[in-house]
Ligand binder design. Structure first.
Ligand code: HEC
Length: 97
């Protein structure tokens, strides 16, 4: 079982924990998208409360190079499908602004 699948399981079964553990997976996102999923810069979108299927589709698109964006391509280049699912579920679970 990969770490990401473990995280995905945590996200769906134990939200309080998941937020703790997920820090690892999302630490690289924080400078731009914020620890709370509220963006730090004008050109960066908020992720908090966005629906999970949309976030997952965007991550897949960046990962595959179908949605073009230099930083996001770089950030997503090594993500597995399970990691993208865990990340999408995590940001979707945060309260929107
Ligand atoms: C260097 C800053 C930066 C970092 C680091 C970064 N992002 Fe992004 N992200 C952006 C910008 C800017 C966009 C908007 C892209 C565009 O204009 O198409 C974006 C877009 C996105 C989107 C699409 C949102 C939407 O509404 O369509 C998702 C999902 C996302 N980022 C997730 C992440 C995740 C997960 C991480 C960490 C693994 C991360 N980002 C790290 C800057 C960043």
């Amino acid at each position: 079982m990969t770490r990401a699948i473990f995280l995905a399981a945590l996200v769906s079964t134990a939200p309080a924990w998941a937020q703790q553990v997920d820090r690892d997976l999302i630490s690289g996102c924080v400078p731009c998208h914020g620890a709370d999923g509220i963006a730090k810069f004008g050109e960066t979108p908020n992720l908090a409360g966005q629906n999970a299927p949309y976030l997952l589709n965007q991550l897949r698109a960046f990962h595959a190079g179908k949605r073009l964006h230099k930083e996001m391509r770089y950030m997503s280049r090594h993500m597995t499908e399970a990691e993208m699912e865990a990340i999408a579920a995590y940001f979707a679970s945060l309260p929107p602004r």
